[in-house]
Design a protein around this ligand. Structure first.
Ligand code: 8YV
Length: 324
């Protein structure tokens, strides 16, 4: 079961190897329709969840769920494990694309790109009408960047920041990465220390029970009042209300956000009214080429896992054998 339309070459590949049904309607298959029809399918390709007890109960034949995403917080790992259902994801192919976007968020929040774009378009750029300093921003080059979550995407951000912008790099990760330290001159430190010293804090941790609301009020209070907070991981890794308060009160200077606690973000979310916040609709991996590569990798994962070939199985389910 393919829950949404995919590029033609991806569908051709899938049809060559599997007997597929593709949802031909608009967007992704509605949840009720998926629950109603999934009973006899052995494979499921989707890009959002949840893959939970409810879905799995409706899918007694299911062996593999392939997600067109690197994040897999929509997989209920214990439920999938209990039923022997394998989950796959799409690492590697989006690292550079997401890293580019993180740099864009850093630049656009600190140099006020979106805010000043509007300023020009609204005709406010008139000689003598604004004091020059009112348009000033903060430098990215030579500033201190703190990355929380130094995985592959974190490293791609580090490369751009250090080699392109001469930034000073701090990082926190569950495990230390001596090679990364050597490559980028990065300093490993505690989250608290990182928050205190960074001009830009980039959150790149996957969403797990341990990282849910990982950054809270007390963490924003540790940050410099001149610092920017960037999130391109998952909205639920942050206490969004605390972020709103920190931005409102000047505890931190600004934010660049690709993700929100609830998506699509509610039009009355106060973050949308703040000139010091750059907001994006979860487009970290959204370039034509990368989305194509992700779809193709998800298709290969599905075929591989169902036919005994290669697949990027998520680490927590790697030890499961595909059900016969
Ligand atoms: C996905 C993402 O494309 O890969 C991820 O984890 O956040 C995005 O790049 C999005 O979740 C829809 O599949």
């Amino acid at each position: 079961m393919i829950t949404r339309k995919l590029p033609d070459p991806v569908l051709s590949y899938l049809n060559e190897h599997l007997d597929c049904t593709v949802w031909e309607g608009k967007g992704s298959i509605p949840r009720e329709e998926l629950l109603r029809t999934i009973r006899d399918y052995e494979g499921l390709l989707l890009s959002a969840g949840p893959v939970n007890a409810e879905l799995l109960e409706h899918a007694p034949s299911l062996k593999v769920v392939s997600s067109v995403s690197v994040g897999y917080n929509h997989f209920d790992i214990p439920e999938m494990r209990a039923r022997g259902v394998i989950g796959t994801h799409t690492p590697y192919v989006l690292d550079d694309t997401v890293a580019d976007l993180v740099l864009a968020l850093m630049l656009s929040s600190s140099r006020r790109i979106a805010e000043l774009d509007l300023f020009v378009k609204q005709g406010k750029w008139q000689r003598g009408s604004v004091k020059e300093e009112e348009l000033f921003g903060m430098d990215v080059h030579h500033a201190t960047l703190g990355i929380i979550g130094m995985g592959r995407i974190g490293e791609a951000i580090a490369k751009r920041a250090v080699h392109g912008f001469d930034m000073n790099l701090l990082y926190y990760n569950r495990s230390r990465k001596p090679e990364t330290e050597e490559r980028f001159g990065a300093t490993y430190c505690s989250v608290e220390e990182l928050l205190r010293l960074s001009d830009f804090v980039v959150l790149m941790t996957p969403l797990t029970p341990e990282t849910t609301r990982y950054i809270r009020k007390e963490h924003f209070e540790m940050m410099k009042p001149s610092a920017f907070f960037i999130n391109a991981s998952r909205g639920q890794t942050v206490d969004e209300q605390a972020l709103i308060e920190a931005l409102r009160s000047g505890t931190i200077r600004g934010a660049g956000l690709d993700v929100f606690e609830v998506e699509p973000v509610s039009p009355d979310n106060p973050l949308l009214q703040m000139p010091n916040v750059v907001t994006l609709p979860h487009i970290g991996s959204a370039t034509s080429r990368t989305r194509f590569d992700m779809a193709m990798l998800a298709a290969r994962n599905l075929v591989g896992a169902l036919t005994g070939g290669q697949a990027h199985i998520v680490p927590e389910l790697k030890d499961l054998a595909v059900r016969s």
